[in-house]
Design a protein around this ligand. Structure first.
Ligand SMILES: Cc1cc2nc3c(=O)[nH]c(=O)nc-3n(C[C@H](O)[C@H](O)[C@H](O)COP(=O)(O)OP(=O)(O)OC[C@H]3O[C@@H](n4cnc5c(N)ncnc54)[C@H](O)[C@@H]3O)c2cc1C
Length: 402
């Protein structure tokens, strides 16, 4: 029998990344109490580089009343200027007029903002809680166990534990694993007032040996990232164990012969250069099981090329809470959540991967054809073809019906 009791429900949220606190905030609005359990002992506000909050993600933050902070602390992004390795303009994505495509923000700032809002609204976050087991033997209840020996139970479990989700591996052991795209992402920050800066524009260069992108905040702080081909199936820890001096040597070498200001940006980078492998998720047959559902990267991680990972996690949070608000049966609500979200997120994962593939080209023939074809592709992109991605805006007040 379905659990449609009117008693206040309790959600166990696994993972305090971006999806975790956003989901807890929306669930609170619909009368569900959440506790967030995070594996890390403490949060490193400097972990991660920066990410894009696309217009669609900003719509969700506006609903939470948090968009203004992003406008103040982030870098507005109207257009991307695409440049060939020889310095030739291949085209622009986006327009300088109208609503921006989004904002670029340090992940640590977005993360802190969501955590603080959750705490401010009385939502508990428990650190050092690495989920290791799930028990669903009791109908309509979920019991989870943590590595530290703790056990808790609730009416539903929301797996917000990122691309290598333990929740997913336990609940859906035969689900496909994340797939490595063959690319690493790396980048950093520096202070400089000599790097050319066009407000609202990110410059992307198909460098001779690797892709490079940069943007400037307030004419003084440069954010940059690069992508390079990398063999095997590396994990973050492995890459972190390679000494910084070695990464710096490799990355300086990669861009040494590229157009200005790339070599200078890389050389002058302050502090650490962060390096991450890029994975994305193949399509999962189902996103939920009994009173357990996956959200964000745990179910549909996308490579960063489309700049949509965080925005999709935020959209999920809002749509999931609406489903739970309007459909009293939790399992039915989760099934509707999957139905409402699946086509959109899978289309974006595919689209992002296709952009990433263009970054792989390094041999002269591939580069020739890419530089020839890309202007045509960029024209079609500007032809409003991607409005479906950026203009998605779910009305919180509209009822979900099945
Ligand atoms: C440290 C870090 C740095 C990142 N840096 C960037 C970046 O520079 N650029 C970019 O585009 N994206 C970055 N991302 C990814 C980006 O945050 C996500 O793609 C996106 O925001 C979706 O968020 P999410 O909440 O689904 O997943 P995530 O943000 O990955 O959050 C998942 C959370 O779950 C926790 N967790 C994992 N396993 C368990 C477990 N067993 N029990 C309890 N908790 C668990 C993790 O510690 C993490 O806090 C980063 C993610 C992390 C974790």
């Amino acid at each position: 029998m379905a659990n449609t009791s009117n008693q206040r429900k309790k959600a166990l949220i696994i993972g305090c990344g971006i999806a975790g606190p956003a989901t807890a905030l929306f669930l609170k609005r619909v009368g569900i109490d959440s506790i967030i359990y995070e594996a890390e002992e403490q949060i490193d506000d400097y972990a991660g580089l920066f990410l894009n909050l696309a217009r669609n993600g900003m719509h969700v933050l506006k609903e939470l009343g948090l968009d203004e902070q992003i406008r103040q602390k982030g870098i507005v992004m109207h257009a991307m200027k695409m440049v060939s390795g020889k310095g030739k303009l291949l085209g622009n994505i986006g327009q300088m007029s109208g609503e921006p495509q989004g904002f670029t923000i340090k992940r640590g700032i977005l993360h802190k903002m969501l955590r603080e809002e959750a705490l401010c609204q009385g939502i508990s976050i428990e650190y050092g809680k690495r989920l290791i087991g799930i028990d669903t033997n009791e109908p309509h209840r979920v019991k989870v166990s943590f590595e530290d020996g703790g056990i808790v139970s609730g009416d539903m479990l929301i797996g917000c534990d990122g691309i290598h989700s333990r929740v997913r591996r336990i609940v859906m052991p035969s689900a496909p694993a994340p797939s490595y795209t063959g690319l690493l992402s790396f980048g950093g920050f520096l202070h400089s007032n000599t790097i050319p800066n066009e407000r609202g524009i990110q410059t992307m260069v198909f460098g001779k040996r690797a892709f490079f992108g940069y943007l400037v905040r307030n004419a003084e702080e440069v954010y940059w990232f690069g992508n390079m081909n990398y063999p095997g199936t590396p994990n973050r820890r492995e890459l972190q164990s390679i000494p910084q001096a070695e990464w710096r040597r490799t990355i300086n070498g990669l861009y040494a012969n590229d157009i200005a200001p790339i070599p200078e940006i890389v050389r002058s980078t302050e502090e650490e250069i962060g390096v991450y492998p890029i994975y994305d998720m193949p399509s999962l047959p189902v996103w939920h099981d009994k009173s357990i559902v996956l959200v964000g990267d745990a179910v549909h991680a996308t490579s960063p090329s489309a700049g949509q990972g965080a925005s999709l996690a935020l959209e999920d949070a809002l749509v999931l809470a609406k489903c739970v608000r309007d459909i009293p049966d939790v399992e039915l609500a989760f099934s509707e959540f999957q139905r409402l979200r699946r086509d959109r997120v899978e289309r974006i994962v595919k689209y992002s991967r296709s952009i990433g593939k263009r970054k792989h080209a390094t041999n002269p023939v591939q580069v020739f054809f890419r530089d020839l074809m890309l202007p045509l592709f960029l024209k079609s992109f500007n032809n409003d073809t991607n409005r479906w991605m950026y203009d998605y805006n779910v009305d919180w007040n509209e009822k979900v019906t099945v």
